[in-house]
Design a protein around this ligand. Structure first.
Ligand SMILES: *Cc1c(COP(=O)(O)O)cnc(C)c1O
Length: 392
């Protein structure tokens, strides 16, 4: 017996259940098509919603910043790692989103960790949607606060949970995903806000999949529902629609000021690089200059979802470009993904623990980078594999 035997047992258990994640290797820039494991395929699984990850203007901005600033930040931001580009980025993001202030983090994940743990502690309670993202769950655990999960997207369940619990704690935070990444449904933010307001509780939304997608020209979920100044904390990511990397927190000035003092990933981990910040600034320029990419993204999403439904697939409850194709058991979803790949389409199977057992699926991510021809190629591959595996 070796002390590592349990790991081999766990790993072979994952393989037996169809839950072992075989990660493919990309050999090209992100776009509508990719070179994956040496093969040219249609890309149906990246979060590059607007096709910005390889946009010439954004690449040029990153190159220019590399020449001027080099590559690494060389220190955490609070010591010597904040450039004028980082400050510009935060100011431009605040203006773009109509928020009082913005702080950026290395990622959406660290934005959630840093923010939640800075706002609540051991004497406090967090009311959290049952389907919230792992980074919200981890940030909540890290804070030491009591976590009360309420039924998904259910403001009255939230209210009951508050009535039962809030009285026995110092402070309370309500937190929800804006767009739920596995199902593509949108949180009923105005109704949740009414509950938060009635009880005067901190209200936070993680809009990673809504940044650059929802709202006017991609200004996010707070803009989509016109809740400016009402949501205390809006977390976003620069790694999805923005096509770069990084996280952001937009909101009330005093909250952002507190995060600059007490957001631990901000204080103890180096920031995104100057070329990243420059690339994000170029992405804001593009989004502010035209809604064309956001419009095309939605047009593509509507077309693809309607055609998939017509073909007989179950695309769940999505209201956004995230298109789950519900298959049920994880081994079937994995086989479906492999067959799609054989047919030139890269679309990943998603199973437990990312989604509940029995709810395995292929998640198709639609992008403004897809042409009609790309979408049609994807559709016909889905129909062919669906028939072969008796899903249709
Ligand atoms: C993707 C995602 C994150 C993490 O964002 P990164 O910038 O990739 O770290 C956080 N929250 C939600 C809801 C997400 O979908």
């Amino acid at each position: 017996m070796s002390k590592l035997d349990w790991l081999n047992q766990e790993l072979s258990g994952l393989k037996d259940q169809g839950l072992y994640n075989r990660i493919r290797t990309i050999g090209s820039a992100q776009g509508a098509r990719l070179v994956v494991d040496g093969k040219d395929v249609l890309n149906f699984c990246s979060n590059n919603y607007l096709g910005l990850a390889n946009h010439p203007k954004i690449v040029a901005a990153a190159k220019e910043a590399t020449v001027k600033y080099g590559v690494g930040p060389a220190a955490v931001r609070s010591i010597a790692g904040t450039t004028d580009l980082h400050i510009q980025l935060e100011n431009r993001l605040a203006k773009f989103k109509g928020a009082e202030d913005v702080i950026t983090f290395q990622s959406g994940f660290t934005a959630n960790l840093g923010t939640i743990a800075a706002l609540v502690g051991k004497e406090d309670v967090i009311f959290s949607d049952r389907l919230n993202h792992a980074s919200i769950i981890d940030g909540s655990r890290l804070s030491g606060a009591k976590i009360v999960a309420y039924e998904h997207n259910d403001p009255s369940a939230l209210e009951s949970a508050i009535k039962e619990n809030a009285g026995s704690f110092r402070r309370a935070l309500i937190v929800t995903d804006g767009v739920f990444s596995m199902d593509g449904d949108i949180a009923p933010l105005p109704a949740l806000y009414e509950v938060a307001k009635r009880h005067d509780l901190l209200f936070m939304v993680d809009d990673a999949h809504g940044e650059g997608v929802l709202g006017k020209g991609g200004r996010g979920i707070v803009d989509h529902y016109n809740l400016h100044g009402k949501v205390d904390v809006e977390v976003g990511t620069l790694s999805k629609a923005f096509g770069v990397v990084g996280g952001l927190v937009a909101g009330n000035k005093v909250i952002i000021e507190w995060l600059r003092q007490r957001g631990r990933p901000f204080l103890f981990s180096s920031a995104v690089t100057a070329p990243d910040a420059a690339a994000c600034l170029a992405a804001i320029d593009l989004l502010e200059s035209s809604t064309e990419l956001v419009d095309r993204l939605w047009e593509n999403a509507r077309y693809f979802k309607a055609e998939m439904k017509k073909a007989g697939f179950d695309t769940g409850v999505s209201e956004t470009p995230i298109t789950p194709v519900m298959l049920g058991e994880a081994p079937l979803a994995q086989q479906f993904s492999r067959e799609l790949f054989e047919n030139g389409v890269f679309a990943m199977a998603i199973g437990f623990p990312t989604v509940a057992k029995g709810k395995a699926r292929i998640r198709v991510m639609i992008s403004a980078a897809h042409s009609r021809k790309d979408l049609d190629q994807g559709l016909s591959a889905f129909v062919k594999v669906g028939k072969k595996l008796a899903v249709l």
